[in-house]
Design a protein around this ligand. Structure first.
Ligand SMILES: [Zn+2]
Length: 366
């Protein structure tokens, strides 16, 4: 592992698939991300235009937009801004059984204070647990494909059902706009991949899981005319400032790292990914914040010297015990899983290629 090369400006390194460096040892990930950021800055006055369009589309309807709420900073701040602008959101939350208590409280506080309608979709825990076990057995990297697919699905389903044309999401360029290396996750609309893994490893049929496929997505976009908006891109989004606002107005309690609102996501990113897949997503998150001038490179390097993304060994141990108990796993089973080699999502049937072709057509005709 001695020949790892790291970018001289961000903290991406040769563990990221597809990385290359220019003469100044600056990587393609941060150069491309910087271009994206600069393009964004020119569009900041479009927010009034967007607001008017949303209001117009929502005339005589109970809601004019869907806001997906995970309890994290990005989605809570999105909801805060949406409310401030006088829009009328239907708030949608996905519960897969792994919410941290912190996230639960953050959600409750903000929804109550703003007096909004909250639609919570609960996936049957036993069903979800079996699905997770099939994914573990398959040795693919993206266990969170399950949660992300369900979350996307519920957002589109609720928009469609309530005849809402806009989904305002906390997805944003400033804190997560750097391209995800291909070896870090998987394509999120891969219904075929999910169903085949479930069939092979558990002979399981889904009941309460709200799955979405590429075809479903095309249907929602082209026929239902539903738009997914990375809402925070319309603002000069700054994570630290946003946390301060949320703290003072909603008694918001922050998380130490990105996406730590779910206990599983925390354990997955902080332990499973680095141990089994040699992937440390902090490098991507930190690099993004460095380039968008929200973090110092020295701080990032210092934090990365700690082996796992936990504040202490004790916290890691707590999460490990929680995980084992909730999944009914033994310590030995976990070790066996971690020691087995990873397998590509493409070892199983997938609709990724179909999506890539559909996207090319879409961009061509647009
Ligand atoms: Zn870089």
């Amino acid at each position: 592992m001695n020949n790892i090369k790291i970018c001289s400006r961000c903290v991406m390194d040769t563990s990221a698939e597809g990385i290359y460096f220019n003469d100044n040892s600056i990587c393609n990930y941060c150069l491309e991300f910087e271009k994206k950021l600069n393009k964004l800055k020119k569009n900041n006055n479009d927010i009034v235009d967007l607001k008017n369009k949303i209001k117009l589309s929502g005339q005589n309807k109970e809601y004019d937009c869907v806001v997906g709420l995970s309890g994290g900073v990005d989605s809570c701040f999105t909801l805060h801004k949406v409310f401030e602008m006088g829009l009328r959101p239907l708030v949608v939350h996905m519960d897969n059984g792994w919410n941290s208590e912190l996230a639960q409280n953050n959600i409750e506080n903000i929804v109550k204070k703003l007096n909004l309608d909250l639609f919570t979709y609960v996936i049957d825990w036993n069903e979800y647990k079996n699905m997770m076990n099939s994914f573990f057995d398959s040795d693919v990297i993206d266990i969170e494909l399950l949660m992300d697919n369900a979350m996307l699905s519920v957002n589109y389903q609720q928009a469609s059902k309530n005849n809402i044309k806009y989904i305002l999401a906390g997805t944003n360029t400033a804190t997560e706009g750097m391209a995800m290396p291909n070896n870090m996750n998987w394509f999120k609309y891969d219904k075929k991949n999910i169903l085949n893994i479930l069939k092979i490893y558990g002979n399981q049929k889904i009941k309460s899981f709200p799955i979405i496929s590429t075809i479903d997505l095309i249907y929602y976009i082209l026929f239902k005319k539903i738009k997914w908006i990375s809402f925070l891109d319309y603002f000069n989004y700054n994570k630290k400032e946003s946390i301060e606002t949320l703290k003072s107005q909603y008694n918001f309690k922050p998380y130490p790292y990105k996406h730590y609102e779910s206990v599983f996501t925390r354990f997955y990113q902080g332990y499973i990914l680095p141990k089994k897949f040699k992937v440390d997503k902090r490098k991507l998150h930190f690099s993004t914040l460095i380039i968008s001038k929200q973090m110092q490179r020295d701080d990032a390097l210092k934090q990365l010297t700690s082996q796992h993304a936990y504040l202490s060994d004790e916290e890691l141990q707590n999460d490990k015990e929680y995980f084992l108990k909730k999944m009914s796993w033994s310590e030995e089973k976990l070790q066996n899983y971690l020691n087995r080699p990873a397998r590509s999502h493409l070892s199983y049937p997938s609709e990724k290629k179909f999506y890539d072709i559909a996207l090319k057509f879409y961009n061509f005709f647009k």
